[in-house]
Every structure is written in structure tokens, then in C-alpha cells.
Design a protein around this ligand. Structure first.
Ligand SMILES: CC(C)(COP(=O)(O)OP(=O)(O)OC[C@H]1O[C@@H](n2cnc3c(N)ncnc32)[C@H](O)[C@@H]1OP(=O)(O)O)[C@@H](O)C(=O)NCCC(=O)NCCS
Length: 164
């Protein structure tokens, strides 16, 4: 029997108010700034789950579906939805809230983080416990993403080899 630890999903959240320095000429938020924050909150979530350092290996399916305006409050929520041996898929959602206090999802992405030991080598993470129907659905998404992503990794290796 495997002696690998199992663990319930961990969550990380953070909120900020959008300042002029976060926005473009039109007063809406820069995508790059948003991704930076999503990466940060995802990294906190990955570290909590793995109890190790975690590095971003890839960002999958980044969607910006609603603009974020100067003065909005935005909230980031990251949760582990899938684990490989040393990798974790972290779903990160962003909701915006204007002065009417209505919250709407305006972006989401799946971050793949890899857990690293003190020597900078990938290290095994606990296996994710999948307990609810929602977790099951998210786990299936994570499985599909990792399958697709394995092909992407191979293609990237070829591109590097052939200098494409
Ligand atoms: C991510 C990284 C540690 C993987 O190293 P590696 O030598 O390929 O390690 P391994 O082959 O043992 O793979 C370890 C895990 O990483 C995953 N992985 C490797 N490359 C990946 C990629 N490009 N995208 C997603 N996952 C990847 C593997 O699938 C494997 O997952 P598993 O253990 O759950 O099956 C390495 O590529 C790295 O350090 N990249 C830079 C990370 C970084 O600096 N991020 C900040 C962005 S600036």
C-alpha cells in the first residue's frame, strides 16, 4: 500500500482595490498585473497544500471575460483542484465589485505549480482528496488540463530543439 499522504484542498484568497497605477489609458486594469496577482495567490495556495516552495510551471486557459475598472475591489480565490506526483493544478478566479457591491467573475485561469525541495528538485506533494461533487467536476477539469498540457510540454521541447 502507498504511504503517500492525502490532503483536503487548500484555498487562498486576497483582495485589492484597483489604483490608477494598475490600469491602462482607458481606466481598465492591465492583464499582466492581474496575472501577477493571480500567480501570487495561487503560489500561496500551492505552498499551503504542499508545505514546500512552489514554482509556476505553466498557466493554462487564461480567460478575461469582464473588464475591471479603476476603483473596483477585486478578490482572488485560488484552490487546488488536481495533484500529479509533484505538480498541482490551482484554479484561480477573480471577482470584481463596483460601488453597487454586486460581485461578478471577471477572470480565471489554471496555474500548474511544481513543489520544490530545499535543493531545488521537484518533490512529491500529498494526493488531493476529492470529496464533493464540485471537487469531482474540478478534478476532471484538472485531469484534462494535465493531459493536454503533457502534449504541450512535448511540443515545446521540439520547438526548443528545432529553434522554431
Ligand atoms: C517546473 C520545473 C521545476 C520542472 O522541472 P523538470 O526538470 O521538468 O522536472 P520533472 O521532469 O521532474 O517534472 C516535475 C513536474 O513538473 C511538471 N512539468 C514540467 N514542465 C512543465 C511545464 N512546462 N508545464 C507544466 N508542468 C510541467 C511535470 O509534468 C511533473 O509533474 P508531475 O510530477 O506531477 O508528473 C522546471 O521546468 C522549472 O524550474 N521551470 C521554471 C519555473 C519558474 O521559474 N517559474 C517562475 C516563472 S518566471
Amino acid at each position: 500500500m502507498s504511504d503517500r499522504l492525502t490532503k483536503k484542498s487548500t484555498v487562498a484568497t486576497s483582495s485589492i482595490m484597483v489604483f490608477p497605477s494598475d490600469t491602462n489609458d482607458y481606466g481598465t486594469m492591465y492583464g499582466g498585473r492581474l496575472i501577477e496577482m493571480m500567480d501570487m495567490v495561487g503560489g500561496i495556495c500551492a505552498r499551503r497544500f504542499s508545505s514546500h516552495k512552489a514554482v509556476t510551471a505553466s498557466i493554462e486557459d487564461m480567460q478575461f471575460n469582464k473588464p475591471i475598472n479603476r476603483g473596483d475591489i477585486i478578490e482572488f480565490t485560488a484552490r487546488v483542484i488536481y495533484t500529479g506526483r509533484t505538480s498541482m493544478v490551482i484554479k484561480t478566479k477573480v471577482t470584481r465589485e463596483g460601488y453597487d457591491e454586486v460581485k461578478e467573475v471577471c477572470a480565471r485561469a489554471y496555474f500548474v505549480f511544481v513543489s520544490m525541495d530545499s535543493k531545488g528538485k521537484p518533490v512529491e506533494v500529498p494526493e488531493l482528496m476529492v470529496l464533493t461533487l464540485k471537487e469531482e467536476k474540478n478534478h476532471k477539469i484538472g485531469t484534462e488540463i494535465r493531459k493536454r498540457q503533457a502534449l504541450e510540454e512535448k511540443r515545446f521541447e521540439i520547438e526548443l530543439k528545432e529553434n522554431l
